[in-house]
Design a binder for this molecule. Structure first.
Ligand SMILES: [Fe+2]
Ligand SMILES: [Fe+2]
Length: 307
């Protein structure tokens, strides 16, 4: 049961970036020569099972208290039923009509307690991601995906708590993988005691494909539904599964994925470094970049979308 003596602070993170920064600490950028980077930056799960435990402890010891509390809330409250409620609330998308650039500006109004010297405004993370993809000569839809991938975070501006907007995503309705960060917090999740949800495949058929699998609720799934009629399939996979680290990094859910998912996850993995490793001191000039991106948005999207 949830410990009622500990009234949870709904938003323990000083800013949403604290989660992103923590993911980057878990999955550091490999050095240019392909060798692993600094010691604190080991992969979350090593292939050597003896090492795995040790590194897992390191990671946990170094995690900030606010980040741990954030994961505790996320893992405690993301149940199969909770996700169905959030899907019923947000997927009809009757809350607003907005263009994509307007949504970016709206997201940028998200004010948090973060340190303005170290945290990048949301619109700048979007532009830094897109600009890095553009510099590498990728197709225009890929650049656009970089620009919009986090727009689902506007859920925070509708009063949704951090733990159901950001955080690593994972399937609900089946056993929680030990590869999900801080798996011990799932002991507080009522689904852990529901036998329907605690077999390897739970309510799903083996290799049924992720489209049939209900993921924990967050900004990825929400944005996917907003844009799904307008972008090519690899872009939609990037958007829908970019926070699914237990899937695209840990490969812990191959038993639910179809062959088609496996092929498309190449796109998710190609996108991930642009999301994680493009934060830089050099701030993008939003006004100068705007005409290029407005034209790109107009190539794929109608002037307004249902949110
Ligand atoms: Fe994201
Ligand atoms: Fe992002």
């Amino acid at each position: 049961m949830i410990d009622s003596a500990r009234t949870p602070e709904p938003n323990p993170l000083g800013s949403l970036d604290e989660w992103d920064d923590d993911v980057k600490r878990r999955y550091p950028e490999p050095a240019a020569d392909g060798s692993p980077s600094a010691p604190a930056a080991k992969p979350f799960v090593a292939t050597n099972p003896d090492k795995k435990k040790e590194e897992f402890r390191d990671y946990r010891a170094e995690a900030r208290a606010s980040v741990k509390e954030f994961y505790r809330l996320n893992h405690t409250y993301q149940t199969y039923d909770f996700v169905q409620q959030k899907r019923a609330e947000f997927l009809p998308r009757t809350h607003a009509r907005m263009g994509v650039w307007e949504a970016l500006e709206f997201l940028n109004t998200l004010v948090d307690d973060s340190d303005p010297d170290t945290d990048v405004p949301q619109i700048e993370h979007c532009l830094q991601t897109a600009e890095a993809i553009r510099r590498d000569g990728h197709p225009r839809w890929f650049i656009l995906t970089g620009l919009i991938h986090d727009l689902g975070k506007i859920l925070c501006l509708r009063g949704e708590p951090q733990w159901c907007v950001v955080g690593d995503t994972f399937p609900v309705g089946c056993r929680f993988s030990e590869s999900i960060v801080f798996p011990e917090f799932f002991s507080e999740n009522p689904d852990s005691r529901d036998s329907r949800y605690q077999t390897e495949c739970g309510v799903y058929e083996r290799n049924c494909g992720l489209d049939r699998v209900t993921m924990s609720w967050g900004h990825d799934e929400y944005l996917y539904h907003v844009v799904k009629d307008y972008l090519p399939e690899p872009a939609l996979y990037m958007i829908r599964y970019h926070s699914f680290y237990p899937g695209h990094r840990e490969r812990a859910y191959d038993h639910l994925m179809s062959e088609h998912d496996q092929k498309l996850f190449a796109a998710v993995r190609a996108f991930n470094p642009y999301d994680l490793y493009t934060k830089s001191e050099e701030r993008p000039n939003v006004a100068a970049l705007r005409p290029f991106y407005e034209a790109l948005i107009a190539e794929y999207f109608p002037p307004q979308l249902a949110w």
